[in-house]
Design a binder for this molecule. Structure first.
Ligand code: UFG
Length: 351
């Protein structure tokens, strides 16, 4: 029987790029003939992405993916989807992801992210699926004052916003499921996902958009000013420093994580946690300057910006030590130069 995989949040930003990579590289990762089950409630994801993924799978001679338009908060429907899919593993991307929004609506984040994930884990247990690849975040580290940079996975966690708290609660629920019923998992703590697929099919598309790179590119295209949130952080130029990682490098980590899950099973059920970043921090002002270089030819003008107050919930510096992913998974970020991130994001925005 060809394998089956269920992907939650497949119509979202990182989920769609990972499914694209899965389709294009299925054979290389021992997933010939894989039957994909794409689950999304389309509250923030895009039907258009699902349609493109279905067409892509068929053009790669894979079975047409099964679409489950299901919310993680709908337990019976979720259990039915798992029962139908009988997946060998679940890749769980679905979540609300805005730091700023989570500060304003913390309860909604708990309902969707924590309760929704618990429903998913219960449905997995019921259907006998014991393999999970989970999307976590650098936001679990919060403001790691005094911590050594870049941050290894052993850095004490301490989220400073509800979004990070919900992701940490999910990591804890995964650890509990490992103890209680032997769930095997890989947990990826993404730093700042950015950029777009080199195929041009997928890219960053959030409504409303809150992320720096798309907002910066849109402001530049319209000749408007970007709002820079805070210039009084304890960083080299006063603006926040982040570790921007290309979404195609994240996708590649998921393929390697899926493969590694089988090997981890012989080593017991504890969750394997990996940071995914480049170990290179870039400040907001440095991103603006890098964007000016990329856009110069197309726009012939610089990128304007204004300094605004700090945005609640923001950490000053988040930079990843990903040595563990390199050593254990053989992962190497190869798409994540700031130039490539901005160029692919710009090509996507122009479409
Ligand atoms: N920023 C601006 N102006 C904007 C938008 C953002 O100055 O218009 C700044 C933010 O204040 C922050 C930096 O740009 O300092 C990056 O902000 P993003 O909103 O792009 O990303 P975040 O770092 O807030 O969050 C992202 C993901 C989270 C993840 C986190 C991990 O959205 O899911 O990276 O580092 F947890």
């Amino acid at each position: 029987m060809p394998p089956s995989l269920l992907i939650t949040g497949a119509a979202g930003y990182i989920g769609s790029h990972c499914v694209e990579a899965l389709i294009r590289q299925a054979s290389a990762y021992g997933l010939q003939g894989v039957q994909l089950h794409l689950l999304d409630d389309l509250s923030t994801g895009h039907r258009e992405f699902l349609e493109k993924l279905c067409a892509l799978a068929e053009s790669h001679r894979l079975p047409r993916p099964v679409i489950h338009e299901v919310s993680l908060t709908d337990r019976p429907a979720l259990e039915q989807a798992l029962k139908q899919a009988r997946p060998e593993a679940v890749l769980h991307f679905a979540a609300l992801i805005s730091v700023a929004e989570s500060v304003q609506q913390p309860d909604r984040y708990v309902r969707n992210n924590v309760e929704g994930s618990q429903n998913l884990f219960r449905a997995m247990q019921k259907s006998g699926c014991q393999r999970l690849v989970f999307s976590s975040t650098a936001a679990v580290y919060g403001n790691p004052a005094g911590a050594h940079l870049p941050l290894p996975e052993s850095t004490p966690v301490g989220p400073v916003n509800p979004y990070g708290e919900t992701k940490l609660a999910m990591e804890n629920a995964i650890a509990e499921a490992a103890r209680e019923w032997g769930l095997h998992s890989v947990i990826f703590r993404y730093f700042n996902a950015a950029g777009a697929s080199s195929s041009g099919l997928f890219g960053e598309w959030h409504e409303p958009e809150t992320h720096l790179i798309p907002l910066l590119l849109r402001a530049a295209a319209r000749g408007e000013k970007l709002k820079v949130f805070g210039s009084d952080y304890d960083t080299r130029d006063g603006t926040c420093v982040r570790d921007y990682i290309h979404v195609e490098d994240l996708a590649c980590a998921h393929l390697l994580g899926l493969k590694a899950l089988r090997a981890f099973e012989s080593q017991g059920a504890a969750a394997q946690v990996f940071n995914l970043g480049t170990a290179r921090g870039t400040s907001v002002l440095e991103v603006i300057r890098a964007a000016e270089a990329v856009l110069k030819k197309d726009l012939g003008r610089g990128v304007g910006y204004d300094i605004h107050p700090r945005r609640p919930g923001d950490s000053a510096v988040l930079v990843a030590d990903s040595a563990r992913a390199r050593e254990i998974l053989g992962w190497e970020p190869v798409h994540s130069s700031m130039e490539n991130i901005l160029r692919t994001a710009w090509e996507w925005e122009r479409r």
